[in-house]
Design a protein around this ligand. Sequence first.
Ligand code: ATR
Length: 280
Amino acid sequence: MTRRAGIIGHPVGHSLSPVFQAAAFAAAGLDVVYERWDTPLAGLPARVASLRAHDILGANVTVPYKEAVIPLLDEVGGLAARAGAVNTIVNREGRLFGFNTDGAGFVAALRHEVSLDPAGRAFLLLGAGGAARGIALALAEARAAAVDIYNRTPARAATLARDLGPPARALAELPALAPYDCVVNCTTVGMRGGPDPSGIPLKLDDAPPGLLVVDIVYAPLETPLLRAAAARGLPTLGGLPMLIHQGALAFELWTGLPAPIDVMEAAARNELARREGTTP
Ligand code: ATR
């Protein structure tokens, strides 16, 4: 029997998940098709209910439904409940379980791509939206020593830090960079078609040697922030590994098998290159 999985969102036309999840299922020799389930809000309850069918492995959830799906599920795991956001649904014999692999995907990318274990390290996060929330939670879980949050709208950073508690802390102004091991752009600034890249006032002038500069934006692969960091000789990590690792963790939840990460990443890079080639 062919089984199915898919991504629920609105819109989902540009999602890379169908590309690298299909590659993963094929590499693992599994008869699974991964579909784009573009779902208007009114159709969300029926869409989620349809995941209980016996041929469905589960789903990914993306913008704008990571919060809205929660009341439609049977059980929501610890991190997803604390994040208030679900990006992965698993169908176990008609019961729907919600998980959040975004933050864990970020930590896995740090560990696997740049050998950074967050334990005892100091992080500066730029942004206080859903992405920043998931990452801050996962860093706290991984025993980071400091998770400082700076956001254009300070009240959102304050709310996030209050929700999380220590080691999260809200900053009213951009701090000196010397105390940090890693700075992460969790905003949409730098994204193709997104806000003006000068929107992040971060200057790397006082970056300590070896400061890891991470951008969760993956289109373009080299963002203005990463380019500036590389020009200063700082180590960098782009957003694609985080995307791949969150998908790999979802694949493992659906199948119980180790994800073929290299295959997934190669498929995603190919697709991004193809899109770059065809965009005017
Ligand atoms: P996501 O779920 O992807 O994190 P979000 O909740 O819309 O998306 O959050 C977007 C983040 O990018 C926020 O931190 C936002 O800052 P505000 O809270 O001040 O809106 C940040 N952001 C978006 N555009 C920005 C810009 N031009 N300059 C600085 N920050 C920006």
